[in-house]
Design a protein around this ligand. Structure first.
Ligand SMILES: [Zn+2]
Ligand SMILES: [Zn+2]
Length: 315
């Protein structure tokens, strides 16, 4: 199959092996050839070079998404693994008495790798035809940064809502025992434990990340694969950071009070109840499911105040 970027009708240019002056062009030669085309941004040059260089769109999209998942997930877990082994950082560890052992890391790593390579490696190669069928664009131009930003922000809100309600449901009786209990094996979470989950839970979470972009593009016809890549990267970073087990003075929620962060999700793992949302704090606040002793105390004093107010009015 030829690359979408060979098609001058769609792109207004043609980059072929001939124009790159090689039968087996390297990525750098491809990039040099694409760079000669006027009017492309740096990101567009990289995007076009990548698809042209791979020369097979199914392979290119599958490889892109698989690589993003592996590189961002393990790339973000590694610094937390190192931080766990440097005593200086222990002062910011939320549950400092529960440092994950090498054995726990190893068990978790094996389970996550099996899940990534057995469950995701095959379906991910089927993505490109579905991406095209849904109407997600892989072609140039790449949307402006403002479009990428509002669409990614919207996916964060939608995923957070989905996550809150499905996660809360998974804490009920049989659903907890059969599905979600696996993720709660670690009462003090660490980065690598983010995707340590039952396959059914992995699929539910996958829908929260991939399902809303698909619904959105089916409704609007306005979504680029580049935006999806940025969203997936952001969601992975959010998930790993929420499981890091560290609360720093510079943690994001100190600057964005509605951001959940590790402080929020660590309490969920510690108390097994409350703080069900992923990225934001508003669902748990509105539904009064905030976790921890302080939140419980606050809820009880509000309820007591409301009851006293009601009693005064009825006199
Ligand atoms: Zn849970
Ligand atoms: Zn968790």
């Amino acid at each position: 199959m030829s690359s979408v970027f060979d098609n001058s009708v769609h792109f207004g240019f043609q980059v072929t092996a001939v124009s790159m002056n090689a039968t087996s062009p390297t990525f750098l030669r491809t990039y040099a050839a694409v760079s000669g085309l006027a009017g492309l941004s740096w990101t567009e040059k990289l995007w076009a070079s990548y698809y042209t260089w791979i020369g097979n769109d199914i392979l290119a999209t599958g490889l892109l998404l698989f690589t993003i998942h592996e590189a961002v997930y393990f790339g973000r877990c590694l610094p937390w693994f190192i931080v766990d082994r440097i005593p200086y950082f222990n002062r910011w560890k939320i549950q400092s008495a529960k440092m994950p052992s090498n054995q726990e890391h190893w068990e978790c790593l094996k389970s996550v790798l099996v899940s990534h390579f057995l469950m995701e490696a095959v379906p991910i190669w089927l993505l490109h035809p579905w991406v095209l069928r849904a109407g997600i664009s892989c072609q140039l131009p790449i949307p402006p940064i403002a479009t990428v930003a509002w669409q990614v922000a919207m996916f964060y809100v939608l995923e957070d809502t989905w996550h809150y309600w499905t996660h809360r449901a998974m804490h009920y009786g049989a659903l907890y025992k059969m599905i979600h209990k696996k993720h709660h094996r670690y009462a003090a979470p660490f980065g690598l434990a983010t995707e340590y989950a039952h396959p059914v839970e992995a699929m539910v979470l996958f829908f929260g990340t991939a399902g809303f972009p698909i619904i959105f593009v089916l409704l609007t016809g306005n979504l680029h694969l580049f935006t999806v890549c940025i969203w997936v990267t952001g969601r992975l970073l959010q998930g790993v950071d929420a499981h890091s087990g560290y609360e720093f003075p510079w943690s994001l929620h100190h600057f964005l009070p509605f951001w959940a962060g590790a402080d929020h999700h660590d309490d969920h793992h510690r108390y097994f109840i409350g703080n069900y949302a992923s990225s934001f704090r508003f669902w748990d606040y509105v539904m009064q499911t905030e976790s921890g002793a302080l939140a419980k105390q606050d809820r009880e004093s509000k309820m007591k105040g409301a009851a006293e107010e009601k009693a005064k009015k009825s006199i």
